[in-house]
Ligand binder design. Structure first.
Ligand SMILES: [Cu+2]
Length: 480
């Protein structure tokens, strides 16, 4: 009990945020007492009890797994079990995870640490644990059937190895993977360098999250594990915007963000207002001479990327996956594209048959963000995040890097929205417009788009786009 109370204090958790584990003391005799965190909010960084000089990582909407020293070995206890995960306020999904959460808590160690990890299976089927990216004895690699028998329900296996390489890694089952990863079983692993490392810089803020994806039908609460392509919840640490923690930093902070991808597709991760370099992968640190600046880096399936930058621009900067479908929340996939289609007449007719019917998407999908359509229970609106200027029209894999002058070191609380000085903000303009440059470049098209008179507000002036389309087609016809 003493041990646990200390864990709570070290992890910065309050009693209310923590539910004690339901593991039988008799069955678990000799195992470290597990700590379960029931809330999705980010825990304060877990300060190592032996005062090792490293900056702890901050897991978005998560926490670091406490450990105990046992005769020179760091002992951890992961419990695979069904969990309830709130994706954003208004939607809770039944997943499988570890220690009460999906993803499981982040494991943080120091290069050279001897680790012992107890993995208890409280799932209805067998599992195993693979330590992705680690150098370790083959028998500790966790591939059920290949390097070990699977862990049966109700049983505990123990893994022991030395954390040999510093870097960013992950853990996940290597047993019935299709089901278990689709249900949320995964976690992050950070091995800090033991000594100052020539390719690993000190940073002021160190964030980590895993990219995952789920297919949860509107109104349902269990993911469809058979889905291979049509996921509808694109999540970071099993959370979707506006449920994903912001990244609060102090202006001038050197920031590291570690991202791992355990979905079925790649995710181009993009930052606004800054450039970053990829400083490491799950293969280890990238030599400084091999780095180049980017604003987007693709994180492939089964990869980890570490990006770093100095947050020197004040403001609220979007940080998101650049696949536009991945910044949306749950919806069905069977909607036709209706852009440019005037649905008014047909909607009137359908409305006579189905009183609740709404025509969607004639002017783009932005209207979806404003729509107050009745949704099935436990379903998030598609693009629901609200900002200081209205709907962000974003969901899914999106959050905000919040660079503030006065964000205290070690303070990860959300500072609210940035108040940009008014003269530095894009604004409505109602004066005379300069001569259209577009018009000049389209002299070929005969009648250029008269976007300035009468058509304001329409994305597609019909006449002009028809003419332009004809002109584009013609030269090709000459070639044949
Ligand atoms: Cu993506």
């Amino acid at each position: 009990m003493n041990q646990r109370r200390q864990f709570f204090k070290l992890a910065g958790l309050t009693g209310a945020a923590v539910a004690s584990a339901v593991v039988s003391r008799v069955a678990m005799a000799g195992l470290p007492e597990p700590v379960i965190r029931s809330g999705p909010e980010t825990a304060a960084p877990y300060l190592p009890p032996d005062g090792r000089p490293y900056r702890p990582v901050v897991t978005l909407n998560g926490w670091t797994l406490p450990w105990r020293m046992n005769k020179g070995v760091k002992e951890f206890h992961l419990i695979a079990e069904p969990v309830m995960r709130e994706f954003a306020p208004g939607m809770t999904v039944q997943l499988w995870g570890y220690n009460g959460q999906s993803p499981g808590p982040t494991i943080e160690v120091v290069e050279g640490d001897q680790v012992r990890i107890f993995v208890t299976n409280r799932l209805p089927e067998h599992t195993s644990m693979h330590w992705h990216g680690q150098r370790l004895p083959n028998g500790m690699d966790g591939v059920s059937g290949l390097t070990q028998p699977p862990i049966p329900p109700g049983k505990t296996f123990v893994y022991e190895f030395t954390a040999r390489r510093p870097g960013t890694f992950m853990y996940h089952p290597h047993a019935d993977e299709m089901t278990q990863m689709a249900m949320g079983m995964m976690g992050a692993w950070v091995t800090h360098p033991k000594h100052p490392h020539p390719q690993i810089d000190q940073v002021d803020r160190d964030f980590i999250f895993l990219i995952n994806a789920y297919d949860v039908e509107p109104g349902a609460s269990v993911p469809n594990i058979m889905t291979m392509n049509d996921f509808n919840l694109w999540s970071w640490n099993s959370r979707v915007f506006p449920g994903i923690d912001s990244l609060p930093v102090r202006q001038g902070d050197k920031v590291r963000i570690r991202v791992g991808n355990l979905t079925m597709t790649n995710h181009p991760i993009h930052i606004h207002g800054h450039e970053f370099t990829v400083t490491g992968t799950d293969g280890g640190p990238v030599p400084k001479t091999a780095r180049w600046p980017e604003v987007t880096t693709d994180v492939g399936v089964g990869q980890m990327r570490q990006i770093e930058f100095v947050a020197d621009e004040l403001g609220d900067w979007a940080f998101h996956c650049h696949k536009s479908h991945h910044t949306m929340n749950a919806m069905g996939h069977n909607l036709p594209t209706m852009i440019g289609v005037d649905q008014r007449a047909v909607a009137r007719k359908i409305h006579q048959l189905i009183p609740g019917y709404m025509a969607m998407g004639s002017n783009g999908m932005a209207e979806m963000g404003m729509m107050e359509m009745p949704l099935p229970e436990n379903t998030l609106p598609m693009m629901s995040g609200e900002g200081p200027f209205g709907s962000l029209e974003m969901g899914g894999m999106f959050t905000v890097l919040k660079v503030r002058k006065d964000q205290k070191p070690g303070d990860y609380t959300d500072p609210g929205w940035y108040q940009a000085p008014e003269h530095t903000r894009a604004r409505l303009y109602e004066g005379p417009l300069p001569e259209s440059l577009r018009q000049k470049s389209m002299t070929d098209a005969g009648k250029a788009a008269d976007v300035h008179s009468g058509h304001q507000g329409h994305a597609m002036p019909e006449k002009a786009s028809e003419d332009a389309a004809l002109k584009v087609v013609k030269p090709r016809q000459h070639q044949h």
